[in-house]
Design a protein around this ligand. Sequence first.
Ligand SMILES: Cc1cc2nc3c(=O)[nH]c(=O)nc-3n(C[C@H](O)[C@H](O)[C@H](O)COP(=O)(O)OP(=O)(O)OC[C@H]3O[C@@H](n4cnc5c(N)ncnc54)[C@H](O)[C@@H]3O)c2cc1C
Length: 359
Amino acid sequence: MTDQFDLLLAGAGHAHLGVLRLWMGGQRPPGRIGLISTGPYAWYSGMLPGLLAGRYRAEQCRTPLQSLCCEVDVELLQGEVRALDPHARQFTLDDGRQCTADWLSLNLGSLPKVPAGSGATLEVLPVKPFEAFLAGWQRWKHSPRSLAILGGGAAGVELALALASQVPELTLLSGGAILAGHPAALRKRALRHLADARVRVEEGVAVDSIHGNALVAGNRLVWRGTRVILATGASALPWLAQSGLACDERGFVRVGKTLQSLSHSHVFAAGDCATLEATPRNGVYAVRQGPALAVNLSAALSGQPMRPFQPQRRSLALIADGRGGALLSWAGITAEGDWLGRWKDRLDRRFIERHHGTH
Ligand SMILES: Cc1cc2nc3c(=O)[nH]c(=O)nc-3n(C[C@H](O)[C@H](O)[C@H](O)COP(=O)(O)OP(=O)(O)OC[C@H]3O[C@@H](n4cnc5c(N)ncnc54)[C@H](O)[C@@H]3O)c2cc1C
């Protein structure tokens, strides 16, 4: 049997949380609305390194979705979307349920890229989805072994700094220089923190395959061990491109400034799963898209004109140093210190508090 909605939000990502938060303030449009989420919580990546380092408890780093949805009269549908038919306006979930809506909105995030494997004996743990990652890490941390982290972006660096003291030996492998896209001064600061934490850093090592217990870049064996965490750049959920929505060459949904799909205007997409000019893929931009998406979903339901999303030109990055402090990068300026860690902590806690329903 097909369930019929006016609007379906797929994925409890940062942008959809922003939409629900604005609706808590009284801006919910009329109609039957559902949120499809794989689990009962939306995890906040900004606090994940602090959780792993033991500074937060799990319940401090996630938004319970049931109470938030109750607050704004949105039906929470727990399940994983496995397919989308944009013509029929229909999602198929992992348990076979089918849900249809006049308007669809996608905020599904992305997954780390997985190197090709042959006869891999390594245990590989992708950092997303977070529930699976956290469950995997709980298992690993009781029998610490040497670890490699693939990916030298902010996520890989934060994870390395959070986990270095919990394993006998940690190697961070980065396809290019670490923290590419940030000022060279930030990279220097991060390398110093990584050295202090006894993390071995290998830059310019693009691991493309796993053979047995070895990581291989090109023809070169670059690491041998038993456990690897993947914090590599974003890859798209495969069923997005298979759905027939216009996607870029990497499979991310192409949207225009109103966050509507370029091929199917009744489908919106925001955050990591979407491709929009001048908009990097990270949590800051996903959060920023929330208010614009809320306005346009209301406009869609009430037949009003849409408003364009204006990406900010600069964004603040605060990278946890694993010991309570943080490194800052903003508009070419870099800094570090415990005070930045306290500031980051306040911003992160406020993000979680803002999305708590009262039910
Ligand atoms: C360790 C770490 C630290 C990071 N720190 C920062 C930071 O400090 N600042 C920053 O800007 N970025 C940071 N990032 C990047 C950031 O996490 C992502 O860019 C951001 O989460 C993207 O937000 P989103 O709203 O697109 O999706 P997400 O926040 O990933 O949310 C997507 C949601 O969709 C759900 N979902 C996925 N597939 C399905 C499906 N098939 N059916 C139903 N639901 C589904 C997921 O479970 C999830 O709840 C970090 C990433 C990591 C890994």
